[in-house]
Ligand binder design. Structure first.
Ligand code: COA
Ligand code: AMP
Length: 634
């Protein structure tokens, strides 16, 4: 007999209208949809056409009206400031309505963009919810990005208002956000009319008269604003993610599909109900933070945790266990790198023993490949299901998962289990033909994508088509390679483009190459992601200098490292680079990235038949040795 996962999956494939129409009945609409799926303008698909709703109402007011007003909605837990502050649904609704009033008073109306550049404080979530309350569109930018990256996003989203804070806290370092914001606005062509700034006690930002508004002062006089219903197909937010160039992609999330899909995932994938505590240890600047710190748990009526800290060092490797135990977390989500950090500091999980983890039922990991050692360590020490699941900024929720609310499949190492309902995942070769089970190819999803995924890129339909739909007609290209085995388990092996995952953060090596190429003494360069025990991958740069440059190589390297930090941001973790005489290339001039990567990672490799000059590989190995890589071949 088919299990509930199989039943749901089959229905989602054979009758998507029936399947998602039923899920949509669990959502509060101010106007019901006319059509579940509108496929009249392929390849653009639209969900819940004709429907109207408000995202903030679905996340907050609805629960107050349904009697959850006194339940904690959001717990801000900040070991770096020694603060724990809990907001009930009623309190959070009031705060958000008031801040929505602040935004409205600055002239923000339906469809306007509000850019949010904030550390992990409750006000970040309040600003997001307030924006969508008045039908505006937010774009959150991760705090670890530099001013230039922020400026690119300001130019693309053209926000009317920017919300930011005086500083963030990285373990013990105070990171001043406001000077970065001022610099970004200075560089950007598009200028916001106003900036609302929250002054944190550890740093007072200087304010620009006429433009900058103090959060606390504005809240003091604000009139609460009501929810403004928008069309299901109107944008809820834009989230920029790394593309293959320095120009990030503005992933758009629509309103109706987003609420329907995320609410559905809370029970069916994460197996949590209203009233349960759910914790995603990520950052609101990433998609995990959007979907599972803010929206998903609140749509479901859960208690969500917003954690300002790191898995280690704030104050120690026991902090995750402390948070889980203190707030009675049932289901948690983080990146494998966080667990590698804990395992490195506390290999025998001694610190876990100090805490009562009896409410903790599931650990979900995503963002990068889950290595078997980390999986085993977590399984053995926690004694609960450890679930790898695979998704992307673009998809907004899991393409593949062990859907715990439907059926638990035995875990296979290296696999995020099976496609979630709604995802017709296939593996194809270069000619777009399906390959046999077990064979590696491009992981693609047959269109239409389910609700809650990207309908397009912000103001850029051509790039949406070119990036995702053109190479494999009829399919969405995930840009991940992998295979599906004969039991239907998917395995995600690597990206097919130049995206790398550094501590679960998605970065483009192409964008770093653009920065390196701007150094006046660099003739040519390559940046690759090499394996790293803690972060999964880290970028490493190879630079060829212009003829006649006789300055110290160390000096030039430290300059390019600094340039990446200043132009992309510290989050790139670009710390290693080396000067080489030349780069290995094919006879037609293409850099042999795959071969360099294998040398760096100490993997076996074949000298490519197309290589221009094989002797160069020895030079590469020597260069890598100088920065502590490719060591075992010495
Ligand atoms: N604002 C400003 N700077 C930031 C920042 C932020 N929000 N987030 C990170 N940075 C800086 C860090 O301070 C660090 O700077 P440094 O080079 O001066 O030391 C740099 O960016 C790299 O940060 P990070 O990748 O976090 O590395 P780390 O060495 O500080 O910590 C881990 C390593 C594994 C502990 C950390 O990456 C982590 O907790 N990861 C969890 C996974 C996660 O949240 N993934 C998101 C997707 S689920
Ligand atoms: P992001 O858009 O930042 O969420 O990054 C998405 C990319 O991270 C995917 O395309 C994958 O390359 C990688 N990724 C995410 N989750 C997993 C996973 N569970 N296993 C392997 N790779 C993953």
């Amino acid at each position: 007999m088919a299990n509930p996962y199989e039943v749901a999956f089959e229905q989602s494939m054979n009758d998507p209208d029936g399947f998602w129409g039923k899920a949509a009945e669990d959502v509060a609409w101010t106007k019901k949809w006319d059509k579940v799926l509108d496929d009249s303008n392929k390849p653009f698909y639209r969900w819940f056409v004709g429907g109207e709703l408000n995202t903030c109402y679905s996340a907050l007011d609805l629960h107050v009206e349904e009697g959850r007003g006194d339940q904690p909605a959001l717990i801000y837990d900040s070991p770096v400031t020694d603060t724990i502050k809990s907001y009930t649904y009623k309190e959070l609704t009031d705060e958000v309505a008031k801040f929505a009033g602040v935004l409205a008073a600055q002239g923000v109306t339906k469809g306007d963009r509000v850019l949010i550049y904030m550390p992990m404080i409750a006000e970040a979530a309040i600003a997001m919810l307030a924006t969508v309350r008045i039908g505006a569109v937010h774009s959150v930018v991760f705090g670890g990005f530099a001013a230039a990256e922020l400026a690119t996003r300001i130019n693309d989203a053209k926000p009317k208002v920017i919300v930011s804070a005086s500083c963030g806290i990285e373990v013990t370092k105070v990171i001043k956000y406001k000077p970065l914001l001022d610099e970004a606005i200075e560089i950007a062509e598009s200028k916001p009319e106003k900036c609302v700034i929250i002054q944190r006690p550890m740093e007072t930002a200087s304010m620009i008269e006429g433009r900058d508004v103090d959060w606390v002062e504005a809240m003091g006089t604000a009139q609460p604003a009501d929810c403004v219903p928008v069309a299901a197909t109107d944008p809820c937010y834009i989230l920029y993610t790394s593309g293959t160039t320095g120009q990030p992609k503005g992933v758009v999330r629509d309103t109706g599909g987003h609420v329907v899909a995320l609410k559905w995932t809370m029970k069916n994938i994460y197996n949590v109900d209203a009233g349960d505590t759910y914790w995603a240890a990520s950052d609101v600047g990433w998609v995990v933070g959007h979907s599972y710190i803010v929206y998903g748990p609140l749509f479901k009526g859960c208690t969500t945790i917003l954690f300002e800290g790191k898995p280690v060092g704030t104050p120690d490797a026991g902090v995750f266990w402390r948070v889980i135990s203190q707030h009675k977390v049932k289901s948690m989500f983080t990146a494998p790198t966080a667990f590698r950090a804990i395992k490195r500091e506390d290999p025998r999980a001694e610190m876990m023993k100090d805490y009562d983890l009896s409410n903790f039922k599931y650990l979900f990991l995503a963002g990068e490949r889950l290595d078997p050692d980390t999986l085993k360590w977590a399984e053995n020490n926690l004694g609960i299901p450890v679930i790898d699941h695979w998704w992307q900024t673009e998809t907004g929720w899991a393409i593949c998962a062990n859907c715990e609310g439907l059926h638990h499949f035995p875990v296979k190492e290296g696999s995020p289990t099976k496609p979630a309902p709604g995802w017709n995942l296939q593996v194809v070769d270069e000619s777009n033909n399906q390959v046999a089970a077990g064979q590696i190819g491009a992981l693609v999803v047959k269109l239409p994508l389910p609700p809650g995924t990207l309908p397009t890129l912000w103001k850029n339909d051509p790039r949406y088509i070119e990036s995702y739909l053109e190479e494999f007609p009829g399919y969405y290209k995930t840009a991940d390679a992998g295979f599906i085995d004969d039991e239907g388990y998917a395995f995600v092996m690597s990206r097919t483009d130049d995206i790398i995952n550094v501590a679960g953060h998605r970065l483009s090596t192409g964008a770093m190459e653009e920065v390196l190429s701007d150094h006046p003494e660099v003739a040519e360069c390559a940046v690759l992601g090499v394996e790293d025990q803690l972060k999964g991958q880290v970028p490493v740069g190879f630079v060829v200098l212009n003829a006649g440059v006789d300055r110290s190589h160390d000096e030039i390297i430290s300059e390019v490292v600094q340039m990446v930090r200043e132009r992309i941001g510290p989050v790139a973790s670009f710390k290693k680079a080396t000067v080489v005489k030349r780069l290995p290339k094919t006879r037609s001039g293409k850099i042999l990235r795959g071969t360099i990567q294998k040398i760096a990672d100490n993997k076996d490799f074949k000298v490519p038949a197309t290589i221009d000059d094989p002797t160069i590989l020895g030079e590469m190995e020597e260069a890598l040795n100088t920065i502590g890589l490719a060591k075992s071949r010495q």
